[in-house]
Design a protein around this ligand. Structure first.
Ligand SMILES: Nc1nc(=O)c2ncn([C@@H]3O[C@@H]4COP(=O)(O)O[C@H]5[C@@H](O)[C@H](n6cnc7c(N)ncnc76)O[C@@H]5COP(=O)(O)O[C@@H]3[C@@H]4O)c2[nH]1
Lengths: 179, 179
């Protein structure tokens, strides 16, 4: 089951490495962005999981109430022979229905890109009908892993995005802010 | 089968993105490292696949004939909401048995870290006995994918490392140079 392995990969290869230092990273970001930093915002990493695995590379393309603000300070670590591999998060300003902005580190769950591409490739072994099931399996497996993880607890928010509201141009910003 | 999905992920999420621009990256590296750059070296990305999935984070720790030289120029791309995600490779100077050095971009196949960690975690669903089989499946699946890929052809070398020569302190450098 592809989704099962991808959830573990997302944990061992990323979330377990970056979440423990996220709060310190956000504090340092606020210190260096004084004056512009809103006190409203998220201390947790928001991870978007669209049920159709159709991830965008730029959140602004999805909702005009979302604007890229800046990147959190980079972390670098020696990883599997790559000296100083860079891990970074993007902080977005998300505008609510009253016009107030909130600063949030948000990103899509990148492994979904693999699920999407595999469903399009005849050689990869599964098609579009199974893809939705695989996304749900990815989400549930990741939830279970993270709930068991002491070092990641309370440092993230997983948001499963269904595809029923795609006609609402502000569906994404409203969903992010609801959490 | 976890290894099958990890091989596809390594392709769609990494090799397919970085291999097409590797040659240009190496040319630019040589131009900026004139005088120190040896003409002996590899134009291909060397990817190490140890059969026991036991990957090291620093190649120098494995063999004193291997020294980190420098990183290739970073590539940055907007990826799944991360603005300017950084992808980079490390170039190593590998000394042969005549004392001559060769410059090679080398790294371990990062997904093996996930296989290794999963085999150590009671909740992940497979143990050490299956791990070797999973590494072989990863290697074979990756070989098949890359052979079919027009944009990656001839830009990489996969090296399956068996664990029978671990008492030879220069096994890794010799193996890299044999390829
Ligand atoms: N050597 C190497 N250098 C890289 O820059 C790199 N980037 C990805 N990969 C490997 O390719 C495959 C596909 O990557 P994807 O991004 O879909 O999944 C990634 C991604 O969802 C997340 N992740 C890892 N690093 C980052 C990062 N810097 N930013 C955001 N997400 C990341 O965690 C998953 C597992 O990462 P790795 O376990 O390091 O191995 C990956 C994976 O096997 C890399 N391998």
């Amino acid at each position: 089951n592809v989704a099962h392995g991808l959830a573990w990969s997302f944990y061992f290869g990323y979330l377990q490495l970056v979440l423990p230092s996220l709060e310190a990273s956000i504090d340092s970001f606020r210190a260096s962005h004084q004056g512009s930093f809103q006190s409203r915002g998220s201390q947790k990493l928001i991870v978007l999981i669209p049920i159709n695995a159709n991830i965008s590379h730029k959140l602004e393309d999805e909702d005009s109430n979302i604007k890229f603000y800046d990147s959190l300070p980079n972390s670098q670590m020696d990883m599997a022979g790559i000296r100083g591999r860079v891990y970074k998060h993007s902080v977005y300003r998300v505008q609510d229905e009253h016009g107030k902005t909130h600063e949030c580190p948000v990103e899509y769950a990148t492994p979904l890109l693999t699920l999407y591409r595999m469903s399009q490739d005849r050689n990869a072994g599964f098609g579009e009908p199974e893809r939705r099931q695989q996304v749900l399996l990815f989400y549930r497996t990741l939830q279970d892993i993270l709930e068991q993880s002491l070092e990641c607890r309370n440092r993230y928010r997983l948001i499963l995005l269904n595809d029923e509201h795609e006609e609402d141009p502000h569906f994404l910003s409203k969903t992010i802010l609801k959490h």
